[in-house]
Design a binder for this molecule. Structure first.
Ligand SMILES: C[S@@+](CC[C@H](N)C(=O)[O-])C[C@H]1O[C@@H](n2cnc3c(N)ncnc32)[C@H](O)[C@@H]1O
Length: 428
């Protein structure tokens, strides 16, 4: 057990992912993990840490973001690789059916887009996308003008082909052809009855969306401007969503994908609601907690993944009466852990929960290496306050602080942020 094999299965380019820090986490937590109990990845994100423990323990995972729980279920609960063979033909038939139906409605745009992207004429491409009909720009008119808005689509969604991405995002984050592929994959996923496989397919779709999105670093906070990012536009628009989807699906089928006979459990709750779940108190012996460390809200960066999973033709969120550039869903989750005024209280509650229920804890937090020269104002907590609070709650001798130098990619500037990765290990 001391020689953990670092099982890594990448889906997203996830902010704060610990996939490159697994050895650091494993070697410093092994002595506080009770072999007979479960491990709980309580802010699972891309589930890099939960998955890396899958080979050895029963795993619980949680995250307030829905897309994260889909990924965690795929990584932790898909334990029968024969399922895909059983459903493959039905999936492909459903995909083709929706694709053909959408092509009847949007085929002329799809054909024109292909020609323009191949010719790489930026002015024509820009004008094409400016005039492409979406729910945002009022040009959409389908079925004798009976469908023009998101509300119309929502009302009629059971009578029409799956077309959310084609009508919302076919000229921004994705192209027309890519959106038709996303919608058709999503339709075919809905036809699958097995939940574990369904989550694998959704997760493979998330991967394909990340690979093909016209936005920065594979995040989906907002689409890029066409004029300023021409090379990137032509590169990503030549990619096929279906190809990338299939690639990730094959990875799930590969011998490297870790299987487990444990009944791993995944929640999708804000952390404050996790404390009421009784089974956790008996079963969990160790919590790994990797909360957000800056004031960026995850629901902004990955909103399209929630939309793909929920597929609910959500209304447009307005900012000062206008559609925002990011084209967000309404009612995104705003985490108190991403707010300076609340983060330390929330963390303190987690310490109380662990101490009160005899659960060992390791908490990760990244903080600038040089606090004199690097800004700390976007960080939700001061590292000294976290350590101080842990020492008060668990007693000084029961808290161990470990660090590792690390470089995070920075979205604002192209360069990296040099941070110290802290691991605060607390024994009850
Ligand atoms: C730093 S990331 C975790 C990264 C993860 N360890 C990985 O390797 O991918 C923090 C996660 O906390 C989640 N989160 C933020 N606020 C939360 C809350 N109040 N309750 C539960 N999860 C929350 C975010 O959605 C995000 O996925």
């Amino acid at each position: 057990m001391e020689n953990f094999s670092n099982d890594v299965f990448t889906i997203l380019n996830y902010q704060g992912s610990k996939k490159n820090l697994l050895s650091f986490i494993h070697k410093n937590t092994v002595e506080v993990i009770d072999d007979k109990k479960a491990v709980f990845d309580i802010f699972a994100g891309s589930c890099a840490v939960g998955y890396s423990f899958k080979r050895y323990y029963k795993i619980f995972a949680n995250d307030s973001e829905m897309y994260s729980s889909v990924i965690a279920k795929a990584l932790l609960q898909y334990n029968d690789k024969s399922l895909w063979e059983i459903y493959k033909n039905r999936f492909n038939e459903s995909y083709q059916r929706n694709y053909n139906d959408l092509f009847k409605l949007f085929g002329k745009y799809a054909v024109e887009e292909n020609e323009l992207i191949r010719a790489e004429d930026i002015q024509k491409v820009k004008s094409f996308y400016d005039n492409y009909p979406t729910v945002w720009n009022g040009y959409l008119r389908l079925y004798n003008d009976t469908i023009r808005t998101a509300k119309d689509l929502k009302k009629r969604k059971n009578q029409i082909p799956y077309m959310l991405f084609t009508t919302y995002y076919g000229n921004t984050y994705f192209g027309v052809n890519q959106s038709i592929e996303i919608d058709s994959i999503r339709y075919a996923i809905e036809e699958i009855e097995d939940n574990a496989l369904k989550n694998v397919l959704l997760t493979s779709l998330f991967f394909a969306m990340k690979e093909c999105t016209f936005s920065k670093d594979g995040h989906m906070a907002q689409p890029l401007s066409i004029e300023n990012n021409q090379t990137k536009l032509f590169n990503v628009r030549k990619k096929s969503i279906f190809d990338y989807f299939q690639r990730k699906l094959f990875d799930f089928q590969s011998p490297d994908f870790v299987l487990s006979s444990n009944d791993n459990i995944v929640f999708n709750k804000p952390i404050s609601e996790v404390y009421n779940i009784d089974s956790l108190k008996q079963e969990v012996g160790f919590i790994y907690a990797d909360p957000p460390y800056t004031d960026m809200q995850y629901s902004r960066y990955y909103h399209l993944l929630n939309t793909a999973a929920l597929y609910d033709y959500d209304s447009i969120s307005l900012y000062r009466g206008k559609v925002s550039k990011g084209l967000y869903r309404e009612n995104r989750f705003q985490s108190p852990l991403s707010q300076r005024s609340n983060a330390l209280d929330q963390t303190s509650m987690l310490f109380d929960y662990c101490k009160g229920n005899r659960i060992n804890l390791a908490l990760s937090f990244a903080y600038p290496r040089n606090t004199k020269e690097q800004a700390t104002n976007r960080y939700t907590m001061d590292i000294e306050d976290i350590i101080g609070t842990a020492e008060i709650k668990f007693g000084r001798k029961n808290v161990k602080v470990l660090t590792e130098e690390y470089e995070h990619s920075n979205n604002r500037n192209k360069d990296t942020k040099k941070v110290l990765e802290y691991l605060i290990v607390c024994k009850y």
